[in-house]
Design a protein around this ligand. Structure first.
Ligand code: ELE
Length: 283
């Protein structure tokens, strides 16, 4: 069966600290609603904005509920990357993942070296998190091949042809965009969807329609997902999720932490009204 992977948001309290109990409640609900794997410290989880200690904490809170975990260890501090890999080595998880070193202009062979170091240190399979739009680096199929030890890839990329090509390497391949979930769930190993934090049941339903060969219904549902997802953009996709989990899933996952700013009350109200309208429309 294809997998639904949710890059879990990171719940913060008013003081900006991670709230472990909220992580657990959230993971339990996601699994109950058909999510298979939790991706820790991804984009939605504000991975690049977490300290090393916070990244470890997130892993352990999720592990209290499930070991179906992919642990994102990327950072510009190589020492910390390897410490996180070693931390994961002592735990039972599916894989570690990393985005390439971002921000700096570096030659491609530095990227190759970076991933090779992770592979050497890791006892778990190493997945590539490719998100050129955010990192400014495209670790495409050819570069992944050169690295040689990549066992899976999450490609956050509107270019689906780009994503498909990783299958040439025979590795687990996921596209990371909500609006391509129908394609990812049809022909790849699954989908990685941030919006799965607040509407996991819609992605489960999408997978059901595809499995049943009911592509017309699947497409309609994909369009509904796109509409909801698109509504959140002006409010900040990541900030919006905290309020939408509460509204649509019925429990508190805390607040976002700057630079993902909390939304003003009137904005929250406006966002919820817009999303509810689409959510309540029959398919
Ligand atoms: C998505 C990104 C995409 C989910 C992660 C994910 O959060 O780690 O704003 O839609 O480009 O790849 O969140 O973000 P947008 O894998």
């Amino acid at each position: 069966m294809t997998e639904i992977i949710v890059p879990i948001l990171t719940p913060f309290n008013e003081k900006g600290e991670i709230d472990g109990e909220k992580v657990k409640t959230h993971v339990q609900n996601l699994l109950r609603k058909g999510v298979d794997i939790i991706f820790v410290n991804g984009t939605t989880g504000v991975g690049p904005a977490l300290s090393k200690d916070e990244k470890r904490k997130m892993l352990d809170y999720v592990l209290d509920v499930t070991n179906k975990v992919i642990f994102q260890v990327g950072s510009l501090n190589m020492k910390e990357v390897l410490e996180l890999v070693n931390y994961a080595n002592e735990r039972d998880i599916i894989a570690v993942a990393s985005y390439p070193p971002y921000y700096f202009s570096i030659p491609k062979d530095f990227v190759v070296k970076y991933f090779k170091e992770i592979c050497e240190a890791s006892k778990h399979p190493v997945y590539l998190y490719n998100y050129p739009g955010a990192t400014g680096k495209d670790v495409d199929v050819n570069l992944a091949k050169e690295i040689g030890c990549i066992k899976g890839v999450k490609d956050t990329n509107p270019d689906f042809a780009h994503t498909i090509r990783y299958k040439e390497l025979g590795i687990k391949t996921y596209n990371g965009l909500e609006n391509l979930a129908i394609a990812s769930l049809s022909i790849l190993d699954g989908t990685v969807v941030g919006a799965g934090n607040y509407m996991p049941e819609l992605f489960s339903q999408l997978r059901e329609y595809i499995k049943a060969g009911d592509m017309r219904k699947a497409l309609d549902l994909q369009l509904k997902i796109n509409e909801i997802d698109g509504t959140t953009i002006p409010y900040g996709k990541i900030s919006s999720m905290y309020y939408l989990v509460k509204e649509l899933q019925g429990y508190d996952v805390g607040v976002p932490r700057p630079p993902m700013y909390p939304l003003e009350e009137d904005k929250v109200k406006e966002l919820i009204e817009k999303v509810r309208k689409i959510w309540n429309k029959s398919e």
